[in-house]
Structures are given as C-alpha cells and as structure tokens.
Ligand binder design. Structure first.
Ligand SMILES: Cc1cc2nc3c(=O)[nH]c(=O)nc-3n(C[C@H](O)[C@H](O)[C@H](O)COP(=O)(O)O)c2cc1C
Length: 483
C-alpha cells in the first residue's frame, strides 16, 4: 500500500525579526480592537478601546498603566524583576506601560533601590525590557524624576519590617552605610518634609539647578537610545518639582522662588528643554492640590498670595505646559504636606482632571486614582472627563483588566497569541454593539473552556488538532546560578 503524500503545512511561524531569540509575533497589538468587519460589536466600540495617536505613536486603547516604584534596582539598573513585572503587562493588553519614577541623578532616588538613568551603564538593562515590550507590539514610556526632600529614605517594606519586628519608631533617613546620601538631599528650601523623621534637605544652589537640567537632558538622550515611546516628567507627590512650584516648600528668594512665575520656572524650563530634544510624546504628572483647605483655608489668601498649591495654580501651570508642547497632563494629587486631608474614594482625583480638561484645551488629560471598574473607566472617557485613564494598584491585583474590560463592555480585542484560548468568551463574533457577554447567555463553561472540566484531551474547534491539557509534570528545576 502506498501512502499519500504528507499534507505539509507550507508556512513557518511569524516571528519578531531582529529579536535576540525566537519571539512569536503578536499579529496585532495586544489589547487593540479586532477587525470590525468580522467583529461587528467593534463597529462602535466603547471609548476605553478607541486607539489614541500622539505624535505618531499609536496607543491601542485608553487603559494605561500608571508608574509604580518597585524599589528593586541595584545601582539604578532594571533587573529580571522589571522584565517580568513590565513584560507581563505587555502580555495583558494595556494601552500603555510606564516605567516607575526613574532618577536622573543618584541623589534624586527615593530609596537606594530606585531605578535610575544617570549613567550609560543603566541603558542596556532597561533596553532589554523595552525591546521585549516592543517585541510584543506594546507601548512603553518612562517617568523621569527627582525625589527632592523625600530622597534617601527606605523602601516601604524595609521600614515596615523593622516597625513590626522591633517596634521601631525612629527616623527614616537612610544612612551612608546602607547606600543613602543623608547629607546630599536636595530641595528648593531647607525645609524637611517631616522634621525628626525625614531628611533635613539642603537648599539647591543655582549651580545644582543648572546641573540638574543637564542631567535631565542626558537622561532624555538615554531614553532615545533605549527606544522609549514617551517620557513623563514627574512633577507630583511632593517630589522635587512639586516642591518647587509649591509655596509650602519653596521659600527661595532667587528667580526660582516667591511669585508664581518664579515657582513655575524650573518645571517650565525643563519641559521646554526636553521638548526641544524629544520629538515623541511628552507627558507631565502633577499633584493638582495639596488638600490643605481644611487647615489653611483657600488656596489664594485674601491678599492675593497663594498659601498652598491647588487647582488654580495647577490650571495655570498646565496651560503653560500645553503651550510649550507637552502632550498630556497626568493629574494626581497630594504628597507635599503631612496635614493633607485627602478625600479618598472611587475616581477621587477625577474632578481635578475634569477641571483641567475644561479649562485647558490644547492638551490631553489623564486621570488616575481608584479607577478599578471597566464601566467606571469607560464612562470617564466617554463623558469627556479625561482622554485616558491610568491605573496603578488595580494593575497589581488584576493584571488582565484590559481584556476583562473588553469582555464586560462587549468589545473584542486581541489577546496575546499564546493566551488566546483563555479568551474565547470575549472572542465571540456578535452582531450587537456594546452588548456585554452575559447578556448573550454565555457562561464560564461554554465553548472550549467547558470541555476541559473533566477530561484531559480536548478537540479544538473541530479542526483535528488534539491538545492535551490538565496533565502536569513535576515542577521545573531552577538553577540559582548561571553556569
Ligand atoms: C506600588 C506603587 C508605586 C508607585 N510609584 C509611583 C511612581 O513611581 N510614580 C508616581 O508618579 N506615582 C507612583 N505611585 C502612584 C500611582 O501611580 C497612582 O497615582 C496611585 O496609586 C493612585 O492610583 P490607583 O488608585 O490606581 O492605585 C505608586 C503607587 C503604587 C501603588
């Protein structure tokens, strides 16, 4: 008996060219809308899944990851931790990923374990992360930062551990013996954030400020080499640039202190210098308010002076940043004064973003702060209150938020090719627009997912390919050192 010729499949896999090893091509960005001709529910998609293009960079959706310090670097370098942490976000369909606050000078770190970009040796480890995210067709930027008077302090868990273990109640300044720089903590004025606990900063000299501008520009050059898609300047949370704009922490008598114009000088100079050098998207994160009304009365005193930093000055700063060509304002709040009374709750910072959006027309606006639900996120954008939403803690709890949101809002977006089989419920082709999956009577056990409840062998889509699932071998051997 002669056998017929084998039915050879005449194609190889699509791979990411130029990547240092085999990496499957994602075919289209993870989290981007699937073809609306096929998935008719995408013809009028939820606002959260409408792509956004800024200076030629296409963000596939509006659910963006906020910057989150990991305190997991040695000498400011990205590590395996960052590859997994940020890489797994790229596998989950976030519209944008942002590397944590990254110091442009060593003394601009919050903790000795912060990420940094003050020297060329820090380029390659970050590029590895960025190359991987780009290999997955993801968008990734970085937040450039200086911690100001909150520098040289310990990571939260380092502090908590000694508080829990030893009932420690002392100061929280990291000394030189643990990699800190207690005598080189820089601020606009020599005013501690928390006298007796936090560092006693020195007043940054005019020379320090000039060198800082150079350091920012050098970091921007490194961002260029790494291939980041965007840069965010960190001007929030009581760190250096917030300290400069805020009359609470800035008591300088030179051209960087006193009047509002002077207090805004440093962030505006930086934004301008960076804008001239960097032609990709540029964002600025600010704290819209110190939340001090209850303690100090109105932001502007009766005599016309500003008593603390609030939404009026925020709006003025945003307008000036917009006029300099900053593309997006990321509206956060608080962090510069211990007396702050933050009114926390779902979307608690949205009113500030909305205010800025209403008053400054030539800038995109991002909102952040307890945005955890798909409908909540979608409504914010659909109602024009901001253009994108940033999520932080929800990313850590629920990394699949974008795809789950698509499912809940009734859109069909591209899952990572390797994870497709987990998203069959979302990938149902529907005629209806914005109909949530549950309205179609789909349940967890339908489709392919239903078949794997008992058996270990399933037939996928009736195409003859048999896949074994459920059988698991022993755990892999992990070699703790590279041979
Ligand atoms: C672990 C962690 C680290 C953070 N690190 C940064 C940071 O590097 N830069 C920054 O601007 N905000 C940082 N934040 C604040 C978040 O970006 C975000 O503004 C805040 O958590 C509120 O959003 P959420 O309610 O979605 O968590 C951090 C928050 C968390 C939870």
């Amino acid at each position: 008996m002669t056998k017929s010729a084998q039915p050879i499949f005449p194609h190889g896999p699509k791979k990411v060219e130029g990547y240092h090893e085999y990496l499957a091509d994602q075919l289209q960005p993870v989290g981007s809308l699937l073809n609306p001709e096929e998935y008719k529910q995408n013809q009028d998609p939820p606002a959260l899944f409408k792509p956004l293009t800024i200076r030629g960079v296409e963000f596939p959706n509006r659910a963006w990851v906020a910057p989150m310090c990991q305190y997991s670097s040695e000498d400011g370098k990205a590590s395996d931790h960052h590859l997994v942490h940020l890489g797994s976000m790229a596998m989950r369909g976030w519209g944008s990923i942002m590397v944590e606050a990254t110091a442009v000078v060593p003394e601009g770190r919050i903790t000795p374990e912060d990420m940094g970009l003050w020297e060329d040796a820090q380029i390659a480890p970050l590029k590895r992360v960025v190359d991987y995210v780009h290999g997955l067709r993801g968008i990734i930027g970085i937040q450039l930062a200086h911690a100001g008077r909150k520098a040289s302090t310990p990571a939260p868990w380092t502090l908590r551990q000694v508080i829990e273990d030893e009932g420690y109640q002392g100061g929280t300044v990291v000394g030189e013996e643990n990699g800190g720089w207690p005598n080189n903590v820089q601020a606009p004025s020599a005013i501690s954030f928390n006298e007796g606990k936090f560092p006693n900063p020195v007043e940054a000299s005019a020379e320090y400020i000039e060198n800082l501008k150079k350091a920012f520009l050098e970091a921007v050059e490194r961002c260029e080499k790494i291939g980041f898609d965007f840069i965010e300047i960190h001007g929030a949370h009581g760190y250096l640039l917030h300290e400069f704009v805020d009359p609470i922490s800035n008591k300088r008598t030179d051209s960087y202190g006193g009047s509002l114009e002077n207090r805004l000088r440093l962030p505006l100079e930086l934004a301008q210098l960076i804008r001239e050098k960097w032609d990709k998207p540029l964002f600025y994160r600010l704290s819209a308010t110190d939340w001090l009304e209850e303690d100090l009365g109105p932001e502007k005193s009766a005599n016309g002076d500003y008593a603390w930093w609030g939404i009026e000055q925020t709006t003025i700063l945003t307008q000036k940043l917009a006029d300099l060509g900053v593309d997006l304002i990321d509206v956060s709040s608080g962090g510069n004064d211990l007396r702050q009374k933050v009114k926390v709750g779902p979307s608690y910072q949205l009113p500030f973003a909305e205010h800025v959006k209403q008053h400054v027309k030539n800038i995109l606006v991002g909102s952040v702060g307890i945005i955890t639900e798909p409908e909540q996120a979608n409504d914010i954008i659909e109602q024009g209150k901001s253009d994108v939403v940033f999520l932080a803690r929800e990313v850590l709890r629920n990394i699949d938020f974008p795809l789950k949101a698509a499912l809940e809002l009734g859109a069909a977006v591209s899952p990572a090719v390797q994870y497709e089989r987990a998203w069959t419920r979302m990938l149902v082709k529907r005629d209806h627009v914005k109909e949530a999956a549950h309205k179609h009577g789909l349940t967890e056990v339908q489709g392919e997912e239903g078949k794997k409840i008992k058996g270990e062998t399933v037939t996928v889509n009736g195409n003859g390919n048999s896949n074994t699932i459920g059988k698991r071998g022993p755990p892999p051997v992990v070699h703790s050192s590279v041979p």
